[in-house]
Design a protein around this ligand. Structure first.
Ligand code: ZN
Length: 302
């Protein structure tokens, strides 16, 4: 039985055609492409195509989508980060003369993964910034902290005013599980501030069928701040001893005591979340407990 609220109209995004993908013009030769579950972008330059990522769920449809708009060859592939759901179709693009660009940390991660579907990058950089000029088009790659995975990049196309920040947030939808699996909640919060320092009108964030705007980043930041406010207040209100006693957990089962305490914190934080979010984001009922749990543990420990 489906226990979830229907997806509100504003959070749905466009219908995905039967072919399984949709290409959207982002202007100036830039395109977004989505399978509905994942998305990314590519730029058609004078001599070829520069692609960010090759998501697993798009598979060969990435090539089909590019062929739909240009016969030019793919010359560059930039990895946003190493996760297989975003670059697990890269082997379909691989050719001897394809430049695959990534941060050193991403290369290290892929090396350890021993996954033939994720070819190693052949052009890497260390440090926090690399600016590329590809056929006169500027790509600024910046590594500003591990908000999602070591090596994760903000990829900025200043002239096109596009920011690609894969797995940073979900446009018009509440975040996936555990704030998209961030390893460090404070760094994840800080990433929203960093994104808003860029000059952009479109943000490509990696999941669902929608591309976003600075307003969407701001809304997401407001939402996660509400998660933190609710979790912090719940931590103040819910007492570990009382929660354990209420659940009948004996003193010597310390791990179970922590578990029932955190469950009670999350339940209270859920009540404290403003109900108005249901009208501003889709999926607020799906991963709320997951997200409150990571934010509450972070508020407790970080
Ligand atoms: Zn990821």
């Amino acid at each position: 039985m489906n226990e979830f609220a229907p997806v509100p109209e504003f959070a749905r995004g466009p219908e995905i055609p039967d072919a399984g993908y949709l290409v959207t013009e982002l202007g100036g030769g830039a395109y977004g492409i989505t399978s509905g579950m994942v998305n990314t972008m590519f730029l058609v330059t004078k001599n070829g195509v520069v692609v960010v990522d090759a998501p697993l769920d798009l598979g060969g449809n990435l090539l089909a989508g590019i062929e739909e708009v240009t016969p030019k060859p793919i010359t560059h592939l930039i990895y946003s980060h190493a996760h297989a759901d975003h670059i697990g179709s890269a082997h379909l693009l691989a050719r001897d003369d394809l430049k695959i660009i990534a941060h050193d940390r991403t290369a290290e991660f892929i090396k350890k993964a021993h996954d033939g579907n994720r070819p190693l990058p052949n052009e890497t950089f260390s440090g926090t910034r690399r600016e590329l000029d590809i056929d006169g088009e500027r790509f600024v790659l910046e590594y500003k902290g591990d908000w999602h995975l070591p090596g994760n990049l903000f990829i900025h196309l200043p002239e096109h005013r596009i920011l690609t920040a894969i797995d940073s947030f979900t446009v018009k939808n509440a975040p996936f599980f555990r704030l998209l699996f961030t390893p460090h909640v404070p760094t994840y919060f800080a990433a929203m501030d960093l994104m808003l320092e860029y000059d952009f009108e479109t943000v490509v964030s990696g999941h669902m069928a929608l591309f976003g705007t600075p307003d969407d980043v701001q809304t997401h930041r407001e939402y996660i701040r509400d998660l933190r406010t609710s979790a912090t207040e719940a931590l103040r209100e819910v007492d570990l001893r009382e929660a354990a006693a209420a659940a009948g957990v004996p003193d010597d089962n310390r791990q179970a005591r922590l578990k029932v305490w955190m469950d009670a914190v999350v339940a209270r934080a859920t009540e404290l979340m403003p109900a108005s979010w249901d009208k501003r984001l889709g999926g607020t009922d799906i991963c709320l407990a997951d997200n409150l749990s990571v934010v509450a543990w972070s508020a407790f420990m970080d």
